[in-house]
Design a protein around this ligand. Structure first.
Ligand code: INS
Length: 613
């Protein structure tokens, strides 16, 4: 208790932690002086330019993963793609991204962040050109693989680069901007898909090729942007590092930041144990092992709470709610990506205000509840599933299971069948379960629903869904899901991973975590239809909801708050046994303000202001 002032090892960041009780005049004077100084140390605009150019990698991530669904609608008709080829063209990019993200860790350590981003934008540009000029499906596949390689490298490098260049008080916000760009890319892709869907011939070339523009812009921009100062110091390029630091910190004093990075590197070196591959060292050193577990766990829970299934399925949810026109459903699906984007913006605003931990916890809890609501919506629809009243006879039905179904629910869960019905006001009649046309799921193979243009008024074709009066519940679940997921669970795994590893483990840690993200992304999307078929839609969504609940407990127990801390301080947060964060969070319950002042670094736990000039 006798200790009135404690020097903290924050490596030069002048930090004042003020207890709510400290309200004496001297403390206020101190704050005023500190704030004045802080305001003079404005963050130079250069950091924002740097973050925006880097986040174009995020935009391309969102664009290239989002645009394929619309392009595929045209491609499969024009190139007569089999189901296997469609699957190959979609999954190849994600698989290539998973592998190249892992390789990206190695490249990052060896060549630095800047070269890796240049490499990624080069791959994006070449991939885009190959895709838009492809003469056939084989070249298309090559193009999708090239884009995937770029994606993997970009998704793990960009957050690290932004985190390493940002001042601590802005780091969360600037790294989260990268995810904002991901969702912005997804939104743009849905607009481009909508616009070019009218161009039946070659529309896909424009959809896939447009990514060349931002990719080339990023490449040119990065020819002029600097390397990360932290990587330069690690490589012993100290003069260059100092130059970059002065460039990105403007009129602020860079000595302390420089010393802090240097000291933490020296400590690591003198600590020994530098033998063996980085991943081995990470796994055998408890703080990095714990950080890796938290980082990979966050990405796993992000994906198993179903974001990409929801985005992919949103057009069907909208059709279920009464939007019957396919084109309109595609445009309205754009609203889903827009909602995702807007709520990510909320995340950018919240991350430095409420902190990473609270934001992620609140978000996953909301995600879990809204997934349950979605599941209840599907359950109600299933329980009130309309019956099949007509059992037409047709030679092709001899080998089909469709004619055996008595209700719409099992009929729509069978990928071979669809539900054809007539409607009079809200009453449904003359319904049948018939095989879907193999060439297009928009119509039946034969009968009343086989020719969309000739379909008489009031005759409808439902594939993948059943007409229901509970669609409002599903729609509400969808909107609430996006509102809960997008500000926290969408961006935080990327943001937190960019800051929880010490410098020597940062590239490898981010590479592994991004690899986990892509792997679970593939797993969830490949299993969704089977899950729905065997456990029904509500079963699938209840499963995602329980995953999110598990994720909540994991985050509650294991994720420490990293807000406003210098990157070099964060390792210390993982020194304690994992899963103790929920019980002892040192800074929680106290009002924490980090204020830059001249002089040494103080953790001010009382009113003493005597050392501040
Ligand atoms: O953080 C992003 C984002 O939330 C996207 O919307 C999603 O498609 C990605 O898979 C995810 O990693």
């Amino acid at each position: 208790m006798g200790e009135r002032r404690k020097k903290v090892n924050d490596g030069g960041e002048r930090s004042l932690i003020r207890a709510p009780s400290s309200g004496s005049i001297s403390s206020q004077d101190l704050e005023r002086a500190a704030r004045k100084q802080f305001q003079q140390d404005v963050t130079p605009g250069f950091v924002y330019v740097l973050a925006a150019f880097s986040a174009m990698g995020g935009f391309l991530f969102g664009y290239d993963t989002g645009v394929i669904s619309g392009a595929m609608l045209l491609l499969k008709k024009e190139l007569e793609l089999s189901a296997l080829w469609q699957e190959l063209l979609i999954s190849s990019t994600v698989a290539a991204a998973a592998l190249s993200a892992l390789l990206g860790g190695f490249l990052n350590g060896l060549f630095g962040r800047r070269v890796c981003i240049l490499l990624a934008s080069f791959f994006f540009t070449v991939g885009g050109i190959v895709l838009s000029t492809a003469p056939g499906k084989e070249v298309l596949l090559a193009g999708r693989l090239i884009v995937g390689v770029g994606l993997g490298v970009a998704c793990m490098t960009v957050p690290v680069y932004i985190a390493e260049a940002s001042p601590p008080h802005l780091r969360g916000q600037l790294v989260t901007v990268n995810t904002l760009f991901i969702t912005g890319g997804q939104f743009t892709a849905s607009l481009v898909d909508g616009a070019f869907s009218y161009l039946q011939h070659d529309g896909w070339r424009y959809m896939l090729g447009l990514s060349v523009l931002p990719a080339a812009l990023q490449f040119i921009g990065f020819l002029f942007l600097p390397e990360s100062p932290r990587w330069l110091i690690q490589r012993g390029l100290t003069q260059k590092a100092r130059r970059v630091l002065s460039q990105i910190r403007g009129n602020q004093n860079i000595d302390e930041e420089y010393d802090s990075i240097k000291n933490s590197l020296d400590e690591e070196e003198s600590g020994g144990g530098n033998d063996g591959p980085v991943i081995w060292r990470m796994l055998t050193y408890p703080p990095t092992r714990r950080a890796l577990l938290v980082g990979c766990g966050l990405h796993m829970f992000q994906q198993v709470s179903g974001i990409n299934t929801i985005m992919y399925y949103s057009a069907t949810i909208l059709q279920m709610s009464g939007v019957r026109d396919d084109k309109l459903a595609i445009w309205l699906a754009g609203l889903t990506t827009l909602t995702n984007f807007l709520f990510t913006l909320l995340g950018v605003w919240l991350v430095e205000r409420v902190g990473r931990r609270k934001l992620t916890l609140g978000s996953i809890l909301g995600t879990c509840l809204s997934l349950s609501l979605l599941a209840v919506g599907f359950l109600m629809s299933a329980q009130h599933s309309p019956p099949v009243t007509l059992h037409p006879t047709h030679p092709s039905l001899a080998n089909s299971t469709c004619s055996k179904y008595q209700l719409c629910e099992p009929c729509m869960l069978d990928p071979e069948c669809g539900f054809c019905y007539r409607e009079n006001g809200s009453a449904l009649f003359a319904s049948s379960c018939v095989p879907v046309d193999k060439a297009s799921t928009e119509r039946a193979a034969w009968g009343r629903c086989s020719n969309t243009s000739l379909m008489r008024d009031q005759t409808f074709w439902a594939y993948n869904y059943c007409p229901t009066s509970y669609s409002w519940l599903v729609l509400l679940g969808l909107v609430l899901y996006l509102a809960a997921f997008a500000p926290g669970m969408g961006p935080m795994p990327w943001t937190i991973n960019s800051e929880i590893y010490p410098l020597w483990a940062r590239s490898t840690g981010n590479a592994c975590a991004a690899g986990v993200n892509w792997t679970f992304n593939i797993l969830v999307s490949l299993t969704f239809l089977h899950l729905a078929q065997y456990f029904t839609y509500y079963g699938a969504f209840f499963l995602y909801s329980s995953m999110a609940l598990l994720g909540f407990f994991f985050i509650y127990g294991c994720l420490p708050e990293t807000k406003a801390r210098r990157l070099e301080e964060i390792e210390a947060l993982f020194e304690n046994r994992l899963c103790s964060c929920g019980t002892s969070d040192s800074d929680e319950g106290r009002q924490v303000e980090y204020i830059r002042v001249k002089g040494s670094n103080y953790h001010l736990s009382d009113n003493d202001a005597s050392d501040v000039d």
